[in-house]
Design a protein around this ligand. Structure first.
Ligand SMILES: NC(=O)c1ccc[n+]([C@@H]2O[C@H](COP(=O)([O-])OP(=O)(O)OC[C@H]3O[C@@H](n4cnc5c(N)ncnc54)[C@H](O)[C@@H]3O)[C@@H](O)[C@H]2O)c1
Ligand SMILES: O=P(O)(O)OC[C@@H](O)[C@@H](O)[C@H](O)[C@H](O)CO
Length: 387
């Protein structure tokens, strides 16, 4: 079996590639990083090391790679032959890979009659659906009908913390032991891809919202409060009592939304939150707050981990999301100059003002209660953290 995976980065190598190998796939990575592509082709294997006391090492074999910038036609041919296509490139990159995917899928129509599933493994709601939309923008109505019959774009939720790392062996990846990969089986065409480790579910919403609004909300708030306090890593930030308490309180707010919306048992959800917080304190992982806080504009988007649960808390619980608002305020204060989105955000606050910036990126009304709450928390965050 051949899997074509876009993005040979942390999650690509450390999570998806790992499970694909153990399920009997040969994986062809597609990336724009020439150094990584060349190394994969040279070694045809890489190491995945568990970030726990065991430091267990796994050798991932049967891997090759294509540089999509220099060899796009090879990517098209790989898609024609593939049994599965996956991606972990980041939500903003999905539109950029949609052109090659649509070329590959078009060529496949006349050369390979087997159905194919394309799964985007990104931290967002509806990643594969977005990829499908971008692919469909590039094809005719007639091709759309054929694509509908032959190709599935099931959405997915993926969870495994893989920090940025600088290892002497540049292909090696250190990963936390925990992982979860849920895929919407209602959108699969043909047989379900036999990937050991995928949980196929009928309704992905509870899985993706539980993950995004617990792991990623908690992670983002830890990162932004940590950054604001001059702390470098997530585990260090979690050692700060004030930050830990604010994160826990924010997760009580997202938890209230999830419990109300999906009927989760409160005690089971509480245990889930504590398991997640324990993952943030893994001493074998050094995860920089600047990685976890990366792309603050994306994270402040209306459907992402901060604004969406805050709005839902107001609507469903009927209360003020005071702690989520502190996290949102901290995101607005993220001024890391090596992050393009952080720079854009700070420029916007400087030139257009705080309220206009909130409205622009979160799509909240300027006069809404939530906007006003965020503005208040923005101005009082320093006191909150020192108190
Ligand atoms: N790292 C984690 O802990 C984690 C966990 C769950 C989900 N995710 C999600 O997985 C996705 C990838 O995250 P990551 O941490 O692996 O990032 P990463 O930066 O380590 O990897 C992304 C890879 O995509 C490649 N890429 C960029 N543009 C490309 C293009 N046009 N074509 C092909 N490849 C391209 C990059 O060169 C890089 O190798 C994100 O959506 C992230 O939210 C990450
Ligand atoms: O990848 P992002 O930028 O959406 O979010 C940063 C981290 O929260 C994220 O990568 C987590 O490590 C991951 O989602 C854990 O499963």
């Amino acid at each position: 079996m051949l899997a074509v995976h876009f993005g040979a980065g942390n999650i690509g190598r450390g999570f998806i590639g790992n499970l694909l190998y153990h399920s009997g796939y040969r994986t062809c990575f597609v990336d724009v990083n020439a150094e990584i592509v060349d190394l994969i082709n040279e070694k045809q294997q890489y190491r995945v090391v568990l970030a726990d006391d065991s430091q267990e090492e796994n050798i991932i074999k049967d891997v090759t790679a294509i540089n999509s910038q220099t060899d796009p036609e090879k990517v098209v041919d790989a898609i024609v032959k593939a049994d599965l296509v996956t991606a972990a490139v980041g939500p903003t990159i999905l539109p950029l890979i949609s052109g090659l995917i649509s070329e590959g899928l078009k060529k496949r129509l006349s050369e390979n009659n087997e159905p194919l599933n394309i799964i985007a493994c990104e931290n967002m709601i509806g990643g594969s659906t977005l990829l499908k939309e971008k692919v469909y923008e590039k094809i005719t109505d007639e091709e759309k009908q054929a694509f509908d019959r032959q190709y599935g774009f099931p959405d997915a939720a993926v969870d495994r913390i893989v920090p940025n790392q600088k290892n002497e062996d540049k292909l090696m990846v250190k990963v936390e032991p925990f992982y979860e990969w849920a895929v919407d089986q209602s959108k699969i065409v043909g047989e379900k891809p036999p990937v050991k480790g995928i949980t196929y579910v009928d309704d992905l919403n509870p899985y993706i919202e539980r993950k995004l609004f617990t792991v990623n909300t908690g992670h983002a708030i830890t990162a932004y409060l940590g950054y604001f306090s001059g702390i470098k890593t997530i585990d260090e930030a979690m050692k700060n009592e004030k930050i830990r308490m604010l994160v826990e309180q924010a997760l009580e707010e997202t938890g209230a939304v999830l419990i109300e919306k999906y009927g989760f048992k409160p005690e089971v959800h509480k245990a889930y939150i504590h398991k997640i917080l324990a993952r943030f304190t893994n001493a074998h992982i050094s995860d920089e707050v600047t990685r976890v806080g990366r792309s603050p504009i994306r994270k402040l988007g209306p459907n992402d981990r901060l604004i969406s649960p805050a709005k839902q808390y107001q609507e469903r619980v009927g209360k003020e999301p005071a702690f989520l608002a502190k996290g949102i305020a901290a995101a607005l204060l993220f001024d890391y100059e090596k992050d393009e989105e952080a720079v854009e955000l700070q420029e916007s606050i400087k030139n257009e003002g705080l309220e206009a910036t909130i409205t622009r990126y979160t799509k909240l009304d300027k006069d809404s209660d939530l906007t006003q709450l965020i503005v208040d928390k923005y101005h009082s965050l320093k006191e909150d953290l020192l108190m």
